[in-house]
Design a protein around this ligand. Sequence first.
Ligand code: SF4
Length: 484
Amino acid sequence: MEISEEIKEQKKYIEKIKEINQEKDRFYHILTMGCQLNENDSEKLCGMLEKMGYKKTEKQSQADIVLFNTCCVRENAEERLFGKVGELKNLKEEKGIIIAIGGCMMQEKHITDKIKQSYPFVDILFGTHTLHKFPENLYKALKEKKKQEDIIDIEGEIYEGLPIKRDSKFKASVTIMNGCNNFCSYCIVPYVRGRERSRKPKDIINEIKELAKQGYKEITLLGQNVNSYLRVEREKNIPFEEYEEVNSFATLLYAINKIDGIERIRFVSPHPKDFTDDVIQAIAKCDKVCKLVHLPLQAGNSKVLKEMNRKYTKEQYLELVEKMKKTIPNLTLSTDIIVGFPGETDEEFEDTLDVVKKVNYEQVYMFIYSRRVGTPGDKMENQIPEEIKHKRFDKLKSLVESQIAQNNKKYIGTKQKILVEGTSKNNENMLTGRTDSNKVVVFEGEKELIGTMQEVEIISEHMWYLKGETKGTVFKCLTEIVAK
Ligand code: SF4
């Protein structure tokens, strides 16, 4: 079936379930595990559920449907999922709720086998390639009372036109490509998300223009390998429709930069090998593209990088950093690092610390290597004992924390433009937002400032946030008086 026909078909199922739910109070509870791409998928699931007449609840006990959107990148996510599913047994028996599990983990056979065997009360299992068919699977589970398993292993498609319910009114994630062709030896993503495929430039630009009209200020472009947008299409001469001259990641950035109303553009997750000169130039020239760039290192030693199949050496990575620092004014960098990859020696780990010292990252996401079934890394014999991995992790953590503490001091007395995101979790009277470099800033202000860009002067620093002061409240009140 054509993709557009498939979506039309699913919309019919949405209407059928809406009819069933008419004049009834129906609730769904969703738990999302993993990355921003998964969160974006969950926003689509929420969009579909709300069109069917369900309302979101944070209370699992109130829900008629409990949905888990899973991630398989980290090992402990499996244990967490099994624990959560186990907890639902009583609710299923008492209320007859529908339990659905989707996402990356469902593309792994050993996981679905375990669910079917140990948790036979689960109603729907769906994978990464069948998210759009959730309405049909739910309808069949409700009407036919039959278990639905809808998991396919394909290279992957792009589905447009699914309803979406976004979590924020001013920050939005927009998926621009899906899948990955890189096959890093520790990573399960290429096996569960399929091959790289990019959305059409027209669909992305129109979605962002629409978001700008609705008042969204910050856009995060998402993809497993975001800066290789349209690369496969170009290399394999697969025809694609250019729109507003967009034919690459760099030209996409220029086109989004021109959209009125959008004030900030971020993107995750890129690959160092795809930071071509045109992309670096685009980041430098587009005033709305944040100058915090995520540049995943994973390891600082060239031999380990080769084993990881990362396609760059320590030297090439550092050269890239130098080039970016020279070309992009006010550049700050964040990264991902895996500690304890199979075969990594103490000396090789020292190379990672060396890169961290040289680059001086603004943020580092640190991970202890965990084996993923089905990846080459899992089959490597020289696995590192847990206590060594933990010791290395602690060493890296203390280096990173000392750098962050040092870097935070540079902010004192500076004026930072922030997008105000909400009230502080710890103090209702304080607001929080983020700088261009993604630092959390806490400051006193009126709730009306939420969703606006404000200039804040940084007055003190703490390990995980900065404290600021703004004249924004006074300014806003005065403009309101003038307007009246
Ligand atoms: S680039 Fe490597 S780490 Fe990133 S999704 Fe692809 S295989 Fe995984």
